[in-house]
Design a protein. Structure first.
Lengths: 221, 182
C-alpha cells in the first residue's frame, strides 16, 4: 500500500502556539498571518483618455520580467540580456522577485510541481500584470502532450496575453512578442489580470484539479 | 576487469555475466546488497553512479541495476538483480543500500515514487521527491497509461493531429519505394 508521509511538512503550516525567547507563549497561524485570502478584484478598464493613454505608454515601455525560468524556453531570455540582442534598449528588465515584476514569461513546459509555484508567483505580482507564454508546450503540450506530469494548456490555469510559438523560438521571436505585448497594452487590450479575477472560480477549480497537495491560500498577494 | 569478476564468482553465485556493452553481472536478490558492499570495500568500486529499475511486466519482475564506478581502474560495473513485481497497490520490497552511499537515499526515494519499490530502512523514503501527492499507479510502471491519464487530467487542446509513424514514412518520405512494394 502507498504510505507516503507528508506529516512533517504539513505541521509547519498548522496553527500552533509558540514559546518566544522571553518565555511568552503566543498563537501562530502561518496561513492567516502571512497571506491575504481575499479574492482578486476586477479593475474596470478606463476609457482611452489622453491620461490613460499616457499611463498605458508608461506600462508598455517599462516591461519588468520576473526572472523565474520555468522551463527550457527560459534559456532564450539569456541572450536577450546580452549585448547581442540587448533587450534593455526596449525597456525590458529582469527583476528578482514577483513583487517588482509586471510580466511573467512562462518558458516552456510546466510540470504540476512548477505550475504550483507559477500560480503563487503570478498572484504575488502587483497589477497590472501580463503573461507571455513561450514555446508550444504552453499552447498544446508540445512534445510533452501525453506526459503524466506536464500540463497541456496553460490558459486553463493562468490567463495568457501573448503566445510565442516554436520549439524553441529564437530570441528575436521573444523580442517580437514583447513588441506585440506593448502594442496590446497601448491599445488597452491586455486584460489578463481582469480575466483572472472575473473567472476566478473556474481557474481555481482547474488548478485544484491537478495540484493535489493544496497547502496554500486560495489567493495570496 | 575479468579478474574482478572471477573474484566475485568465487564468493557469490552469478546467474549471468555480460560484457557486450560494458560489464554487467546478475545476482540473486538476497545477495545484491552484500555483493555491492563487497565491490565497494574490497574491489574499490567506491562511486555509485546510479540505481535504476526496469519494469518487465510480462515476466512479472522488476530489474534493479546498481551502476558502480572504480576511479582507479576507470571502469564501470553494473550489478543487476531481479525482484518480484507486485500488483499495485502492493509494493515490492528491496534491501536498502543507503548505509554504503548517502546518495543511494535519493535514488531509492525516486524508485519508491516512480515504480512503487519500497526500501524499508531508507531514510525519508516515504516523502515525496518529484510528484507531490500522487494517488494513482506509480507512473513508470508499464501498466500505467500515461496518454489516457494526460487526456483525462490536462485539458488536451482540440485539433491536434497525430500520424502513425509507419504510414507517415511510407507516404511522405519514401513514396516511390512505397509504390514499388505494393
Amino acid at each position: 500500500m502507498a504510505k507516503m508521509n507528508y506529516g512533517k511538512r504539513k505541521a509547519d503550516l498548522e496553527r500552533r502556539s509558540v514559546t518566544g525567547p522571553d518565555g511568552e507563549v503566543f498563537e501562530v497561524d502561518p496561513m492567516k498571518n502571512y497571506f491575504c485570502e481575499a479574492p482578486p478584484k476586477v479593475y474596470k478598464p478606463s476609457p482611452l483618455t489622453p491620461l490613460e493613454k499616457f499611463y498605458n505608454w508608461c506600462r508598455a515601455e517599462s516591461i519588468y520580467i520576473l526572472g523565474f525560468g520555468t522551463g527550457c524556453g527560459a534559456i532564450e531570455m539569456r541572450p536577450l540580456m546580452s549585448p547581442m540582442y540587448d533587450a534593455y534598449r526596449y525597456g525590458v528588465h529582469w527583476r528578482p522577485t514577483p513583487r517588482q515584476s509586471t510580466v511573467f514569461v512562462i518558458g516552456g513546459y510546466a510540470s504540476v510541481k512548477t505550475i504550483k509555484r507559477i500560480i503563487r508567483s503570478y498572484e504575488q505580482m502587483p497589477g497590472p500584470k501580463y503573461v507571455l507564454a513561450v514555446c508550444s508546450c504552453t499552447i498544446n503540450g508540445g512534445m510533452y502532450w501525453d506526459s503524466y506530469n506536464t500540463i497541456n494548456r496553460l490558459d486553463h490555469y493562468i490567463p495568457v496575453d501573448v503566445y510565442v510559438t516554436g520549439c524553441m523560438p529564437r530570441p528575436e521571436a521573444l523580442l517580437d512578442s514583447v513588441e506585440t505585448l506593448k502594442k496590446r497594452i497601448k491599445e488597452g487590450r491586455a486584460e489578463g489580470q481582469n480575466k483572472y479575477a472575473e473567472n476566478f472560480e473556474w481557474y481555481k477549480a482547474n488548478q485544484k484539479q491537478i495540484i493535489k497537495d493544496w497547502d496554500m491560500p486560495d489567493y495570496n498577494w | 576487469m575479468e579478474k574482478v569478476i572471477e573474484n566475485v564468482q568465487k564468493k557469490f553465485s552469478l546467474s549471468e555475466v555480460t560484457s557486450a556493452h560494458g560489464y554487467f553481472i546478475t545476482c540473486e536478490k538476497k545477495d545484491a546488497v552484500s555483493l555491492v558492499t563487497y565491490l565497494k570495500n574490497v574491489e574499490g568500486f567506491k562511486h555509485l553512479v546510479l540505481i535504476t529499475a526496469v519494469d518487465w511486466i510480462k515476466d512479472n519482475k522488476f530489474q534493479l541495476t546498481y551502476l558502480l564506478n572504480n576511479p582507479q581502474m576507470k571502469k564501470e560495473l553494473g550489478v543487476r538483480t531481479y525482484i518480484e513485481r507486485s500488483v499495485w497497490p502492493e509494493e515490492s520490497v528491496m534491501d536498502s543500500a543507503h548505509h554504503l552511499w548517502p546518495a543511494a537515499k535519493t535514488y531509492q526515494r525516486e524508485l519508491h515514487e516512480m515504480f512503487g519499490i519500497d526500501f524499508p530502512d531508507s531514510p525519508e523514503v516515504n516523502e515525496p521527491l518529484i510528484l507531490e501527492y500522487w494517488d494513482d499507479i506509480p507512473p513508470y510502471r508499464k501498466d500505467f497509461d500515461t496518454k489516457q491519464y494526460s487526456e483525462d487530467t490536462y485539458f488536451p487542446r482540440e485539433g491536434r493531429e497525430t500520424d502513425d509513424p509507419a504510414t507517415y514514412m511510407k507516404e511522405m518520405l519514401y513514396p516511390f519505394e512505397g509504390e514499388k512494394n505494393v
